[in-house]
Design a protein around this ligand. Structure first.
Ligand SMILES: Nc1ncnc2c1ncn2[C@@H]1O[C@H](COP(=O)(O)OP(=O)(O)OP(=O)(O)O)[C@@H](O)[C@H]1O
Length: 286
């Protein structure tokens, strides 16, 4: 049994994890995702306990783009796994669109660092795979796929296979593959970290363009503080493990943002310094 499964299996809320005011709050009508005083403890097969999250609360509004940053191993990916139901809280509650998370919600899309493309399928078939899986007739799904392939700038590559594409192009396929399903919530875990700086900047612009047309919410986990500030409406800073919320920064840089320019904005530079100071304290603690 994996650690994760054990964490799900061992649902005894230990009193040491109970926050002082442990009663769940009422769901908020405009929230896409809510973490309500969530703690998560992993239990290894030898009985060793690892407390990953402690009394962690956050709320992501519908249509909001938030980024999560924190020291390595603090619990950033764990928060995404709680939203998908891959993990369940030891204490507290995670809600998606006001409902307690119990299974994977079809309104959620994902983009991770590793591309989730099928190597044996063409770009067109890769992009059409989601709608076909969800029951759209093949011809209709392929037509829709062509529109999305065009939208992400790969119009001439529909018949190519993933190994014939650059890393940036594969990432465009991944975005088309995800946005074609019109997710109301998009979870992204270091999606661009394997790309070179230039491609990464282009992909960040691409993501903002697709997101602003979609009306969905995004939770973007990254090690790159500047990426978090450039993209998000709010940046959530986690403490070192056991992670809890250290601070939330409102990023009121105007939109639309151009990635190659936003970094020179004095407000951006000021925010970077402040958040770095916060993070530096946490890295010290580890
Ligand atoms: N299945 C598991 N069993 C035991 N411990 C785990 C498990 N998954 C994660 N952890 C621990 O929980 C903590 C949080 O892990 P998580 O992957 O969420 O951190 P992270 O902030 O995303 O890390 P990174 O920045 O390195 O990607 C880590 O210390 C990790 O070792």
């Amino acid at each position: 049994m994996s650690y994760a499964t054990q964490a799900i299996a061992s649902q005894q809320p230990p009193s040491s994890l109970q926050p002082k005011n442990a009663a769940a709050s009422a769901p908020q009508a405009d929230a896409a995702i809510e973490f309500d005083k969530v703690s998560l403890r992993f239990i290894a097969p030898d009985g060793t306990a690892t407390l990953a999250l402690r009394n962690f609360s956050m709320s992501v509004a519908k249509g909001e783009f938030i980024a999560i940053v924190g020291p390595t191993g603090s619990g950033k990916s764990t928060t995404l796994n709680l939203i998908t139901s891959l993990l369940q809280p030891t204490v507290g509650e995670v809600r998606v669109m006001g409902k307690k998370v119990e299974q994977i919600d079809p309104r959620i899309g994902f983009v991770f660092q590793a591309d989730a493309v099928f190597p044996w399928k063409s770009v067109r078939d890769n992009v059409a795979a989601g709608p076909i899986f969800r029951g759209t007739p093949r011809a209709q799904a392929l037509k829709l796929a062509d529109e999305w392939i065009h939208r992400v700038g790969l119009a001439n590559f529909g018949n190519h296979y993933p190994h014939q594409l650059s890393g940036g192009m594969r990432k465009r396929v991944a975005l088309a593959q995800t946005f074609i399903n019109q997710p109301e919530i998009l979870l992204m875990d270091e999606p661009f970290s394997a790309l070179d700086m230039q491609t990464r900047t282009l992909m960040q612009d691409e993501l903002l363009r697709l997101w602003s047309a979609s009306g969905g919410s995004v939770v973007f986990v990254t090690h790159d503080l500047e990426e978090a500030i450039a993209l998000a409406d709010r940046v959530f800073v986690l403490t070192a493990r056991p992670a809890t919320l250290k601070r939330v920064y409102e990023i009121d840089l105007p939109r639309p943002r151009v990635m190659s320019e936003v970094r020179y904005d004095p407000q951006f530079i000021d925010l970077s310094k402040r958040i770095w100071d916060d993070l530096r304290e946490e890295v010290h603690i580890q």
